[in-house]
Design a protein around this ligand. Structure first.
Ligand code: TXA
Ligand code: MG
Length: 320
């Protein structure tokens, strides 16, 4: 059972100190909640894997407070990556770069690259700054869910998911509902051209416009990174997710507000646009589980903006 704290300066200082002494701190980010540990502490990171039930060999994202911390973790950063970082950090974007010595195998899954992100949530930034003030260099943080499950977007979801596995001296910081609601865009920046490994809040259009490129004209790098985390099945609630077919009375439904609710069907969310869809998606899937629903039908949004990320996660949630 972890200690649950709300936001205030003393609490954040205490949480940073807990990280420094090898404890785990679950914290809010604008995408989803992360389960943080000192990225230089192998036993703290090993506990993150144990608490998540995550197989070893899955690399974790290291969170830093600003671009100036990148040099500790990465080298040979291409110009295009720097451009993306300057424009979209802090924000929902993770860059995969060539690693520095500091990024050990227990962080990178034995690969020669490292995933870095500067989150924009004010509590996350303050925690990272305070951690760095205490001598820390980065916080390794996967999403704060059990392996293969839905990422949490509230502190209470983290508690329900992980409390049985956390210790009394671990901490969960409450920062309300995550604003974006799906995980960051991951971009492989280890080749001459970028490659999107996971779609997210920073969209294909945003990247193409920034770099004046067209992904349709870029071939997949031959040495494209393969990570075990990109499994076909992931992000799954206990309820079975259906992306086609018609819900029956007692089934759950997530769809845009314009889609009516058939008689007896339990409406879990009615977002008005793709951003709100992302914001509400994981919490609605969790609410299906809380209500003990067996089936959830989801009418997929279009691929505009964050729609691509939503549909990527939904396809994985549906897959078994
Ligand atoms: O929005 C997010 O990215 C959230 C918040 C907490 O920052 N984090 C998150 O972490 O989603 P996680 O571990 O649940 O998903 C990270 C994904 C995994 O699929 C992992 O395999 C991949 O990123 N990844 C991590 N390091 C990598 C690396 N060096 N190269 C390629 N992929 C990597
Ligand atoms: Mg995850």
């Amino acid at each position: 059972m972890a200690l649950k704290i709300s936001y205030n300066f003393e609490n954040i200082k205490g949480a940073a100190n807990a990280l420094k002494s090898g404890k785990l701190v679950a914290f809010p980010t604008e995408t989803v909640y992360g389960l943080g540990s000192d990225a230089t502490n192998s036993s703290a990171v090993a506990r993150v894997y144990a608490v998540k039930g995550r197989p070893l060999g899955h690399p974790v994202i290291v969170h830093i407070s600003s671009l100036s911390m990148v040099e500790f973790w990465a080298k040979a950063i291409p110009d295009y990556a720097l451009k993306l970082a300057k424009l979209f950090w802090p924000g929902p974007m993770t860059l995969v770069l060539q690693r520095q010595h500091l990024a050990k195998n227990f962080i990178t899954g034995g690969q020669d690259n490292i995933a870095l992100r500067v989150p924009s949530h004010p509590i996350a930034i303050e925690l990272l700054l305070e951690f760095e003030k205490q001598g820390g260099l980065g916080v390794a943080a996967p999403s704060a869910n059990r392996f293969g499950k839905v990422s949490p977007t509230t502190a209470s979801a983290v508690g329900i998911e992980l409390d049985n596995y956390l210790e009394d001296s671990d901490i969960i910081i409450d920062g309300g509902l995550s604003q974006i609601g799906v995980e960051s865009t991951i971009i492989d920046c280890t080749s001459a051209t970028p490659f999107i490994l996971r779609p997210g809040g920073i969209t294909v259009d945003m990247i193409e416009n920034t770099l004046d490129i067209n992904f349709d004209n870029i071939s997949t790098p031959s040495n494209r990174i393969k990570v075990p985390g990109m499994l076909a099945s992931h992000y799954s609630p206990t309820a079975k997710v259906f992306l086609s077919g018609t819900p029956s009375p007692g089934d759950g439904l997530i769809a845009m507000a314009t889609t009516p609710t058939p008689q007896g069907v339990i409406r879990l969310a009615s977002p008005k646009d793709n951003s709100e869809f992302a914001h509400l998606l994981y919490e609605s899937l969790r609410s299906a589980d809380r209500q003990g629903l067996k089936k959830v039908f989801v009418v997929k949004p279009d691929n505009q903006g964050i729609g691509m990320a939503i549909n990527d996660r939904l396809t994985k949630a549906e897959s078994e």
